[in-house]
Write a protein that binds this ligand. Structure first.
Ligand code: SAH
Length: 463
């Protein structure tokens, strides 16, 4: 199976820097199903072609698979198209052979990474379920010019008709990183078959590789469904994450305040939550809806917390958190204490189970009230931390903001803001239903009439 990438960007040989593969050598990369070779059939100042040749071992494929692939005939598991076509094996090889390029890095010429270049790709044989229309639907919105050649089932017997195999040539002016991320996702989507088990991890891969273009792609639902192999629950989960608008925790109320006060408000909340977690004697903590990681930073500073997990639905927030917390620079011992994951509080997720404590700081008000019922179950029924600390705005306090209109909320993404009575009614019902005890505390200075700016509930499981 053959993939070629040709650049006519001048000097064209820059392609070899971007792919991080020297043009004078033949590179051999082992992949789980065989070997991938990278070499350059053509290198000049005006045109440079890199070739990825996949040599799949059909016997190894059978040994690796957990069950028989098909039941049509016994040999099918050995005799099939997989070694000869572009499929998810090709994606696996792309990621392994060109990981530096896919991650947007180029050691020797970093300035090249962001330059869109005239690139041409050829896939010698790719199965496409749905034929030409599907190829167009997938690649045209990304700006590709498509040249397709469909192959007959057997050239000697034209009456047998056309096969689902194509030679596909694509041209576009994009960065090499974009090109590789498009191929990585769209090759298996064309093929509509995947060689490995599809699970939670696949969502992360899809979101990570597609983050810059998939949310705006008109066929994003189709791509997501096929990529996740028609597992509707995974696909809806991925779509929810993809389509989720970015929200930040900077509330409107803060615009009403002096700069020093502004910083204080959110810091105060975070400190209050940290203090509760310390008091609870938690050793392992999960921060649900961790945003840009402000609470995580406070938690890292406390040695009491041996394991800290930050989860958020927003990939971008997590990237910011990673930068702000300087995770790449932490000493290994510190680095081991903290992990960031992308996930949604709307889905049951074993990764957030088994923690001593969970925090939700200014998160619940971002969910539609109707969806709170799901969140409740995810946290109190399934994840079941010993302690849960939740903060949310106290709507009564809004009256104290001079420019607020009646009913106005503090943030455009807030779906509701509760009075103290409403919050406590919700909390008491939860505590009762899931066998927790609960106490409520004000965060910040308490106004005798309207209470404090923020309200906090601390739930503890009854033994
Ligand atoms: N806790 C942080 C961020 C609060 S903003 C802080 O106090 O600094 C609310 C956060 O909740 C955002 O980062 C948003 O991406 C996240 N969020 C919203 N809906 C979510 C969901 N369904 N699952 C997980 N996180 C969600």
């Amino acid at each position: 199976m053959l993939l070629t990438i040709t650049s006519t960007h001048q000097p064209a040989s820059d392609l070899s820097y971007l792919l991080h593969k020297h043009p004078d050598k033949v590179h051999e990369i082992e992949i789980s199903s065989g070997v991938a070779h990278v070499f350059y059939p053509e290198v000049s100042e005006t045109r440079c072609t890199a070739c990825l040749l996949l040599d799949i071992d059909p016997v190894a494929l059978v040994r690796r698979s957990s069950g028989p692939r098909g039941n049509d005939f016994a040999l099918e598991q050995y005799v099939n198209d997989r070694p000869y076509v572009a499929s998810s094996f090709m994606s696996a090889a792309i990621v392994k052979a060109f990981s530096t390029a896919m991650n947007g890095r180029c050691k020797d010429k970093p300035e090249l990474v962001t330059i869109p270049m005239p690139l041409e790709v050829e896939l010698a044989a790719i199965p496409v379920r749905g034929g030409e229309a599907v190829v167009k639907e997938l690649f045209e919105p990304l700006g590709y010019t498509i040249h397709l050649q469909r192959h007959p089932v057997d050239p000697k017997f034209p009456e047998w008709g056309e096969s689902r195999y194509f030679t596909l040539r694509l041209t576009n002016t994009v960065t090499v990183q974009q090109l590789l991320s498009h191929l990585y996702i769209l090759i298996p989507v064309c093929d509509n078959d995947k060689h490995y088990w599809i699970g939670q991890h696949e969502i992360e891969k899809l979101l990570e590789k597609g983050k810059d273009w998939l949310p705006a792609h008109p066929a994003r639902e189709f791509i997501t469904m096929r990529y996740l192999k028609h597992q509707r629950s995974l696909a809806t989960q991925a779509l929810e994450i993809l389509l989720k608008d970015e929200v930040s925790e900077d509330n409107e109320e803060e615009k009403e305040m002096e700069p020093e006060q502004k910083i204080k408000v959110h810091d105060l909340r975070l400190q209050a939550v940290r203090d509760e977690l310390v008091k609870a004697n938690a050793k392992t903590v999960v921060d649900l809806g961790c945003g840009e990681g402000k609470l995580l930073r406070l938690l890292l500073a406390e040695n009491q917390f041996e394991r800290i997990l930050g989860m958020d639905v927003s990939y971008r927030s997590l990237e910011i958190a990673k930068d702000k917390l300087k995770l790449d620079k932490l000493a290994p011992k510190q680095r081991e204490r903290i992990e960031l994951i992308q996930g949604s509080l709307m889905y049951r997720d074993h990764r957030i189970g088994g923690f001593d404590a969970a925090a939700l700081v200014e998160v619940i008000e971002h969910l539609d009230e109707a969806r709170l019922a799901t969140l409740e179950k995810i946290i109190f029924k399934y994840a079941k931390p010993v302690d849960v600390v939740i903060t949310t705005p106290n709507a009564e306090y809004n009256r104290r903001f001079p420019n607020f209109e009646q009913g106005q909320m503090r943030h455009s993404d807030h779906r509701f803001e509760w009075t103290r009575a409403e919050f406590q009614q919700w909390g008491n019902r939860l505590a009762e239903q899931y066998n927790y005890s609960v106490v409520y505390k004000p965060v910040g200075e308490e106004d005798p009439e309207v209470g404090a700016l923020t309200q906090m509930a601390i739930f503890t499981i009854r033994s």
